[in-house]
Design a protein around this ligand. Structure first.
Ligand SMILES: Nc1nc2c(ncn2[C@@H]2O[C@H](COP(=O)(O)OP(=O)(O)OP(=O)(O)O)[C@@H](O)[C@H]2O)c(=O)[nH]1
Length: 287
């Protein structure tokens, strides 16, 4: 159903992975990228061996996103990491982001590039509550994303293995979060249970034969939910907003060749652009 091709012509969708600290964002992202073939089995096996050797074995999938020595040593994401994959109908750019409140500016930088979100909720007893109460990052991230223009959201009830796929626990979290999400202003909000670490319900429906107690779930897998996200449709009536993805060439005459994605408005040769956070202006000489 999906894979790592970068040449897909499917409509693009940019998805930020957000949520309270330690809810399992990087683990879920890394495991999904592995199942999609973006990260090879050899690479995962190497990360499993190295993380186990550093007594951080439970972070093996998180190491796909968390590539810096600090992130790996402390088991905490500090910056965003961006990957691409294709599904049946979408070209997905997935942006893993930090949950720790110290790194909120980096989470905002990621949310700025996205129109859709995976909000990761830790189903474990006490952990959903810690993230959802005042001072937790769940509400803060939802409010930030809504104010930054993220429109659609998939609510991922993660670590279901830690609550034995308890249907009542899922329904409790589902009810609590949906009420809040609608109040913040998101239009859609499908709720998907899964285990990012075990890989259940990421690419294939959780199997009651191997995961006892999960037979009640008949909804979409995570990848099916992602495949149904509304695609990016830049609104040309909005002010110009584009995300610089890469600098391809810088000439001595001061001409910079960049790769960028237009999120709104339209640009023409001769237009002046303001680049942030550098606060520098530039003139469009060609596209
Ligand atoms: N049992 C279980 N543990 C999980 C699951 N997902 C993640 N974990 C564990 O939760 C811990 C934190 O996982 P991370 O993926 O680093 O969490 P995170 O949300 O990316 O962390 P920050 O970005 O630093 O906020 C690790 O020990 C993971 O192994 C899951 O589905 N089940």
């Amino acid at each position: 159903m999906a894979g790592a091709s970068r040449n897909a012509t499917h409509p693009p969708v940019n998805v930020i992975v957000s949520g309270h600290v330690d809810s399992g964002k990087s683990t879920l992202t890394g495991h999904l990228l592995h199942l999609l073939g973006v990260v090879s089995t050899e690479e995962i096996n190497r990360m499993k061996a190295e993380s186990t050797g550093s007594k951080m074995g439970s972070f093996c999938y998180a190491w796909v996103s968390d590539s810096s020595a600090t992130e790996r040593e402390h088991g905490v994401t500090t910056d965003i990491s961006v990957n691409r994959f294709v599904t049946d109908h979408r070209l997905v750019t997935i942006i893993d982001s930090p949950g720790h409140r110290d790194f909120i500016p980096n989470m905002i930088a990621g949310a700025n590039q996205a129109q859709s979100a995976l909000m990761i909720l830790d189903a474990s007893i006490g952990n959903f509550e810690a993230g959802f109460m005042r001072g937790g990052q769940t509400r803060e991230h939802l409010q930030l994303m809504a104010s930054l223009g993220v429109k659609s959201i998939i609510l991922v009830v993660n670590k279901m293995d830690k609550v034995d796929w308890c249907r009542d626990r899922f329904n409790f979290i589902r009810k609590s979060i949906l009420k809040y999400v609608q109040g913040v202003g998101f239009t859609s909000g499908v709720v998907v249970p899964c285990s990012g670490f075990q890989g259940d319900n990421l690419m294939t429906r959780v199997d009651p034969a191997t995961v006892p107690g999960s037979d009640w779930y008949k909804g979409p897998t995570l990848i099916e939910a992602i495949d149904r996200l509304p695609p990016l449709q830049p609104d040309i009536r909005q002010p110009v907003r584009l995300v610089v993805r890469d600098t391809l060439e810088a000439s001595s005459r001061g001409i910079l060749r960049i790769q960028a994605q237009i999120l709104g408005g339209f640009i023409s040769t001769g237009d002046q652009l303001l680049f942030l956070p550098a606060i520098e202006t530039g003139t469009v000489t060609g596209m």
